[in-house]
Design a protein around this ligand. Structure first.
Ligand SMILES: Cc1cc2nc3c(=O)[nH]c(=O)nc-3n(C[C@H](O)[C@H](O)[C@H](O)COP(=O)(O)O)c2cc1C
Ligand code: SF4
Ligand code: SF4
Length: 296
């Protein structure tokens, strides 16, 4: 489906029917990611007797604007338009759409996964999230067809190391973990730990936590530099500091709860409602305090 018609499930159904009515070979409908929820066109393709789906196509984009000429890049005799974004940067978006469509019971069709696949590792991830096969476009344009041989070898080695003999042994295996935030355990606690022996005192973690997270890294002057220390009781485990730290293995994320306690947001609200109090910030805060739950 082109980006325009692929956003309208009715058109998607109509066009797929034109093809499935006459096709003598299996029909895979390729879906555009330029839509909020890809399940609707996917269901439409199913209703029109598609044999399978492939996703994602490219994402509408504008690369940038040349600051000297003030022309949008690329410029075609002074005109430009929305192009299609592809390659490694789109992989997380492709995995999101894939997991949504693959776990939709109304769709229930084989899916060929596409979007940012460059290595066998990427391919395995797509299959773990529900793809039956994968396709590579940008990576082949970049590195040539030889990349397929390298990928196949790595893919086969990984399957052997896990004791899998077919794709079906692990297709969609990661999907069951996807749940709504309301069912996450609020008492699961992970904190950042800094290895002082590895730290080069660049303070990037401090800036990230101070301006972008929970202001829980303290700076203490020591011997002409600042020592960075995490106040674990206030750390929410967002990982931002570990992502900006330039030293490999200097900040690690450590789970500090023992897993014995569980309380989800949905359970919390259910219990709260049973007490019959109106849902105000004050009542919620009191309830959280009573049950020892800290939500930042
Ligand atoms: C230069 C280029 C041309 C493309 N042409 C088409 C096309 O004609 N039809 C189509 O369905 N998808 C087309 N695509 C989309 C790719 O098939 C693929 O869905 C998308 O690029 C995401 O995969 P990738 O990250 O492996 O490139 C094109 C992609 C690129 C980069
Ligand atoms: S994990 Fe997040 S909240 Fe915790 S110290 Fe790092 S940046 Fe701050
Ligand atoms: S970002 Fe890493 S190296 Fe830099 S101060 Fe923080 S812990 Fe040390």
């Amino acid at each position: 489906m082109g980006s325009a018609v692929g956003q309208v499930p009715e058109y998607c159904k109509m066009i797929t029917e034109w093809v499935t009515e006459v096709s003598t070979i299996p029909v895979l409908v390729k879906l555009t990611p330029n839509i909020t929820d890809m399940r609707y066109p996917a269901r439409a393709a199913r209703a029109a007797n598609a044999d399978g789906l492939s996703l994602i196509n490219t994402i509408n984009s504008i690369i940038g604007v040349d600051l000297d000429t003030m022309k949008i890049m690329p410029s075609v005799a002074g005109k430009s338009s929305h192009g299609g974004y592809a390659g490694p940067a789109v992989k997380p978006i492709a995995l999101h759409h894939l997991s949504q469509v693959a776990s939709d019971r109304e769709v229930n069709l084989p899916i060929s996964g596409i979007g940012g696949i460059s290595t066998w590792r990427d391919a395995v991830e797509f299959i773990l999230l529900g793809a039956t096969s994968v396709q590579l476009c940008t990576a082949v344009m970049h590195y040539g067809f030889r990349i397929i041989d390298d990928s196949t070898e790595g893919f086969t080695n990984w399957m052997e190391s896990k004791g899998f003999s077919s794709i079906d042994d692990f297709k969609g295996k990661a999907l069951e973990q996807i749940d709504e935030f309301g069912n996450f355990n609020l008492l699961h606690k992970t904190v950042a730990r800094i290895d002082q022996d590895k730290c080069i005192h660049c303070n990037l973690c401090y800036i990230a936590c101070e301006d972008g997270a929970h202001q829980c890294i303290d700076l203490t002057p020591v011997n002409g530099h600042y020592k960075t220390e995490v106040r674990e009781e206030d750390c929410v485990g967002c990982s931002l500091c570990s992502l900006v730290c330039p030293v490999e293995g200097c900040i690690t994320m450590v789970r500090v709860d023992d897993g014995s306690n569980k309380k989800t947001w949905n359970e919390l609200i259910e219990e709260f409602e049973k007490e019959g109090k109106p849902l105000t910030w004050e009542n919620l805060a009191e309830f959280q305090k009573k049950h020892g739950i800290v939500i930042h």
